[in-house]
Design a binder for this molecule. Sequence first.
Ligand code: ADP
Ligand code: MG
Length: 245
Amino acid sequence: MNQDPVIEISGLNKWFGDNHVLKGIDLDVEDSEVLCVIGASGSGKSTLLRCVNYLETFQEGSVKIKGWEVTGDEKRINKLRARVGMVFQHFNLFPHMTVLGNVIEGPTQVRGMKKKDAKDLGRLFLEKVGLSDKEDAYPNLLSGGQKQRVAIARALAMEPDVMLFDEPTSALDPELVGEVLTVMKELAEDGMTMMIVTHEMGFAREVADTVAFMDEGVILEKDAPSAMFDMPAEPRTQEFLSQIL
Ligand code: ADP
Ligand code: MG
């Protein structure tokens, strides 16, 4: 079967003022593929991810989600955002809502689900991230790892076509990183399509189908993890990996 890619980025160019941040990016993510994006700080990884769900606008090129073009039309953007889950470095939970309240907010407000149905669904995803016992807790009582798992459950509760992660473990104390990566690994095993910006090279090696190295606004190199980590072709990739590994 010849399926459209879930994410299809072509000729993407983005400037912030005079700063040319994305320079002709072509990148596809196939159904059930896990793509990890690595690269130095400032290379454009977050901006690329944010263009995929139109948190950033761009000047040239196109982004399609399941063949659906991402454009400025507000109605389209809202529909699109409902299909693209996003998890940020800082969890952005609603502090005045319980854990379950956070998870059902999207399903009730955006998808128009009945509260009872949304709660049933929300509980499934809390179970998935191992937080069934925390549904009535408020976010400020949770550890960073727990907060990030709630953020993942909240994104999953929209039943998105694809999940985007922007350095989801970078703000966590080292001992809390593993629990979040474990949840992400399980999602990958379930067949979730994911695009993940990360500095966790061990995770990328183990879980990614493809690793893309970004450098100064271009995808310099893209390959299977073993090839990327063991024999990177580009000197810039070698240099980056030798600093980080
Ligand atoms: P990375 O995530 O790889 O660290 P970013 O996508 O955050 O890189 O940043 C890429 C470039 O875009 C940097 O030069 C950064 O200063 C610039 N940039 C990012 N966000 C903004 C913004 N909101 N306004 C202006 N410049 C920005
Ligand atoms: Mg970033």
